[in-house]
Design a protein around this ligand. Structure first.
Ligand code: FAD
Length: 506
């Protein structure tokens, strides 16, 4: 007899489950949030919203995340998808509501068709550097065009992001377009401004949430391509290598970049460029304090033969300078090299540092020839050791990356984004190519006749590698580096037997 209540309870549970399966429908909708795609699960029963869950999102903690916490419950409570947005998180709030609207339309068999009041609508949103204005023209059933009048967004990167998003919005008639990685603020501002302009046309934005179709087709096996030179990484180093190869002759060169956009950390950098430069330094005076700094550095006890030789070279140049009676700031590649070595706790590789210092001025002139705008003023920039810091006259690293990119393209270089080098192909002890994959997992082999250049940058964003090399940089420490700075080149090269040095100086 004791078993009966259990049997009864089980029967009731089955009955309850049975009812649920018959009427409840669960929809997973992906909509465009402020920072990227959001996946929202909506449960609808007899036309009413029973549950809303945000399964995946990348909204800002403390802003968009507040809407992620509050809006789902509020929708269920009021059973409507049109609520007041959480203050400061209107884009996130609206995105969740739009997911619910799309699910409701599917559940009730209603079609969500975009209908506009024809015309041109203007709006704006705050981007990276100021207001980003848009003008959106619509017909009665279509977004016809998007114009962006002059704006203060970072040229080049911001421009590429705006063009790519704008093309997708018009082509696929959707606002559900991913932000361009590396230009997320501009992307979010642009989409927000377009959304606000479209709202004025009376369209229901939920009808513009169709996902953009996958553009890359999946294929089986490995696609093989052959080049003279394969360069991995489209940052400053990789693009410089491509331009140099192009200037050296008619080579078939490909640059593989894993991120959706080129530029790497070079695009984020402050573009401060250190080099001894007699022309630009000629108005700077030499003070007693500066003289003391030189004398101190050339008088100390050398730590190695290379150090002694470098000090002697600086001493010879300094004595010649004093003998000339010059009152202008003393500087030369040797002094630049000695200061760099001393500033790096005397652990650097002197021949490498000398090569670097001896080539900086030529590199600056080369970059200027390619179009890098360099100010005439020289100062002692943050972290610099002498008044030899040159400043590029353009936002962040755009004044470096844009000319390099244009020159590489002019030289006939093929630059492929979204292509991650995975490993090096080795034959008879020689690196003869790179295995790579695209963002849908297709496999490629890029064969290189003359060689492969690894220009994949640093590894501040690879917490495992960082912890191994420099445990003091704990995993919770954030980095100013771009997300792709994960040391892939180091990983690939060490896998085939390369040695590393100075890894703790990340
Ligand atoms: C905020 C900031 C400010 C800075 N300011 C200055 C400054 O004022 N002056 C200065 O001299 N230096 C500065 N630096 C340092 C300078 O930016 C870097 O040293 C320099 O840009 C490195 O250039 P790179 O080409 O080696 O690497 P990156 O420019 O980072 O390029 C490497 C590229 O390789 C790509 N890549 C990585 N792995 C793969 C893979 N598996 N397959 C395909 N592609 C891959 C990356 O996505 C990236 O695009 C700054 C750095 C930061 C982060």
């Amino acid at each position: 007899m004791a078993i009966r209540p259990i049997v009864l309870a089980a029967t009731l549970a089955v009955a309850a489950l049975g009812t649920t399966t018959v009427t409840a429908q669960v929809y997973k909708e992906t909509v465009s949030g402020h920072n990227g795609p959001m996946t929202v699960e909506v449960t609808i029963e007899k036309g009413a919203v029973k549950a809303v869950k945000v399964l995946k999102h990348s909204e800002t903690v403390g802003i968009g995340s507040v809407a992620v916490e509050k809006i789902p419950a509020a929708i269920v409570k009021s059973n409507k998808a049109d609520l007041a947005a959480v203050t400061g998180a209107s884009v996130t709030s609206k995105a969740i509501e739009q997911a619910v609207e799309v699910a409701l339309a599917k559940a009730t068999g209603k079609s969500l068709k975009a209908k506009f009041k024809p015309g041109t609508y203007k709006s704006q949103a705050y981007g990276n550097n100021g207001y980003l204005n848009v003008e959106v023209t619509v017909t009665k059933d279509k977004i016809k065009s998007i114009k962006v009048p002059a704006n203060q967004e970072t040229p080049f990167m911001g421009g590429m992001a705006i063009k790519s998003i704008s093309d997708d919005i018009v082509r696929y008639q959707t606002l559900n377009v991913d932000a361009v990685s590396g230009a997320t603020v501009t992307s979010a501002a642009f989409k927000q401004a377009v959304g606000a302009a479209l709202t004025q046309s009376g369209v229901n934005l939920a009808a513009l949430q169709k996902p953009v179709p996958q553009k890359i087709k999946k294929f089986k096996g490995t696609r093989s391509e052959s080049y003279d030179l394969v360069i991995v990484g489209a940052g400053g180093a990789g693009l410089s290598a491509a331009v140099t190869a192009g200037q050296a002759g008619k080579y078939r060169v490909i640059v593989l970049e894993k991120m959706p956009v080129i530029g790497g950390n070079t695009l984020r950098c402050a573009s401060a460029f250190n080099t001894a430069d007699p022309e630009r330094q000629k108005l700077l005076p030499m003070t007693d304090t500066l003289k003391d700094a030189v004398v101190k550095a050339i008088s100390e006890k050398p730590v190695s033969e290379e150090h002694r030789k470098l000090m002697a070279d600086v001493k010879a140049k300094y004595e010649a300078y004093l003998a000339s009676g010059s009152k202008t700031l003393f500087d030369c590649p040797e002094w630049h090299a000695l200061q760099t070595y001393n500033g790096g706790d005397k652990v650097g590789h002197i021949p490498l540092i000398r090569t670097y210092a001896a080539n900086t001025l030529d590199t600056l002139h080369w970059m200027q020839k390619l179009g890098t705008p360099v100010l005439d003023r020289v100062s002692q920039g943050a972290g610099a050791l002498w008044q030899r810091t040159h400043q590029v006259d353009a936002p962040a690293g755009t004044g470096l990356v844009e000319p390099l990119y244009k020159a590489a393209v002019k030289e006939g270089t093929k630059i492929v984004t979204g292509m991650k080098a995975e490993s090096l192909i080795v034959k008879n002890g020689r690196v003869v190519g790179v295995r790579a994959s695209d963002k849908v997992g297709n496999n490629y082999a890029f064969n290189a006749k003359y060689g492969v250049i690894l220009a994949t940058g640093g590894y501040s964003q690879n917490k495992v590698l960082r912890q191994r090399s420099a445990p003091q940089l704990t995993a919770d420490m954030v980095s100013t580096n771009q997300p792709g700075a994960t040391g892939d080149g180091i990983v690939m090269a060490t896998k085939i037997g390369a040695y590393t040095t100075g890894m703790n100086y990340v």
